[in-house]
Structures are given as C-alpha cells and as structure tokens.
Design a binder for this molecule. Structure first.
Ligand code: ZN
Length: 242
C-alpha cells in the first residue's frame, strides 16, 4: 500500500496520527519505519526531507532522513528512547522550523521560474536543488557571458517584486493531460500516470511535490548569488534571507 503523504495536501501539517506497518533494521545498523500515513516530507523534487520524531508518548524514534521509493515512504533513524512494534499507534512530529525553511527555499526556486518566464528569457527548467546553502535551479537555454551580470540583477529584482506581490499558493490535483492545458512548465519528474500535484502561485502553475510556502511573502528577500554557464545549461545559484 502506498504511503499517504499528508503534507503534500497541507504544507503546514507537522503532526499526524499513524500506525506502524513495518520496522526494518538496515545494513548500516539504522532502522526504517513504515507507517500507514505520514506527516513527513521525503527528499523530493530537489527539496531536503523533513526530520523529527515518531512517538507513542513514551518510546521515541528520531527520524534523521526520509526517503520515498516505489510508493512507500521510509522514515530512517534510530530509537532514542524505548522501542516500538508493528501496529502500534504513534504520532508523527515534524521539526517545524526545518520544514518552513525547506518550504521557503523550495518556493524561492519556483519564484525564479516565474521571473525567468516573466522576463521572456526562454529558458526551460531542467533540475532543482533546494539544499540549504547550495540552492540552485538549472535551465536549458542560452545567455551571453557578457550579459550575465545584467541578467542576474534583473532576475533578482523581478524575483523580489514577485515575492512582494504576496501571492497565495494553493494545491490542485490533475493528470498529465489536464496539466498540459494550463501550463507549459512540465517538470521532468512528472509521472505520466496517476494524479499530479500542481501548486498554483497566483495563476502560475507548478507541477511539483514537496512543501511550499502559503504566501510568497514568507520567502523573504531572494538573492541571485551567481549565474554559471556550462554549455547550454544555465545554473542560477540563489539564497534567501534568514
Ligand atoms: Zn518544486
């Protein structure tokens, strides 16, 4: 059974009740817990995973990483107090500060997409990395070396203007055909079958998993640190204010 990931529908959800489906000991000595539903967000679409704890009120399992494979979400970590067994009723408690930071960095990446679109740069996003301290979006496109600084400053100004519009986000669910009708922006990891989460930033549609801010103003100030050119790949390095 696939693991329902509740935070994909509600980005602010950081606690949820669950039952343990399975507990596995991994080769490296860590433990993996599978739940019947989860509040934890895995590493997805370039976003770093949530951390936190799973507890029944007495035993505590520290969730150090979260991975998603073949529809199953694996909470990987170790017991810091007591132990748990399959079928136990537990609660997921996600580190709220880390979630918010992940959501802000992730959303900032999509603001850059919006700014690239608004400036008609004709770049297509091909990869995202929303890691703390090393965030970037890769685009396929072209840019002259001599125009880099000019474009960097225009892009940064446009991003911050978009953030200051205080756009609310909301989630829609569509299949790939429906999606094509209202966005040209198809992320490469969009599956061809099943439902796709589409996050609307105002009227800009982003097919994407992961968690996002509720309003763009939560992102804060966005800095385009650098633009790097490797062949026809343009890497936009960025950071956000704390
Ligand atoms: Zn995304």
């Amino acid at each position: 059974m696939k693991t329902p990931i509740l935070c994909f529908d509600d980005f602010t959800l950081v606690t949820a009740p669950a039952h343990i489906v399975e507990i596995r000991t991994l080769n490296d000595g860590k433990t993996s817990i599978i739940l019947d539903q989860t509040a934890f967000c895995p590493d997805t679409a370039g976003q770093m995973c949530d951390t936190g704890i799973i507890t029944d009120g007495q035993a505590t399992f520290a969730v150090e990483s979260v991975t998603y494979k073949d529809g199953i979400l694996h909470h990987i970590g170790r017991f810091t107090h007591g132990s748990l067994a399959p079928k136990a009723g537990v609660e997921c408690r996600v580190d709220e500060q880390r979630r918010l930071l992940n959501s802000r960095i992730h959303s900032a990446g999509h603001i850059i997409d919006m700014a690239v679109d608004a400036l008609n740069l004709n770049w297509e996003p091909i990869a995202y990395n929303h890691a703390h301290g090393n965030a970037h979006v890769d685009y396929e496109g072209s840019i002259l070396e001599g125009n880099k600084e000019d474009i960097r400053s225009h892009l940064e100004a446009k991003c911050n203007a978009l953030i200051e519009q205080k756009m609310a986000t909301y989630v829609m669910i569509a299949d790939k055909q429906e999606l094509g009708a209202f966005t040209h922006h198809l992320a490469q990891n969009v599956p061809s079958e099943g439902k796709i989460y589409v996050v609307m930033y105002g009227d800009f549609a982003v097919p994407c998993n992961g968690t996002h801010v509720q309003n763009t103003e939560q992102i804060g100030k966005l800095t385009i640190r650098d633009i790097k050119i490797h062949g026809n790949v343009i890497r936009v390095d960025y950071s956000i204010s704390h």
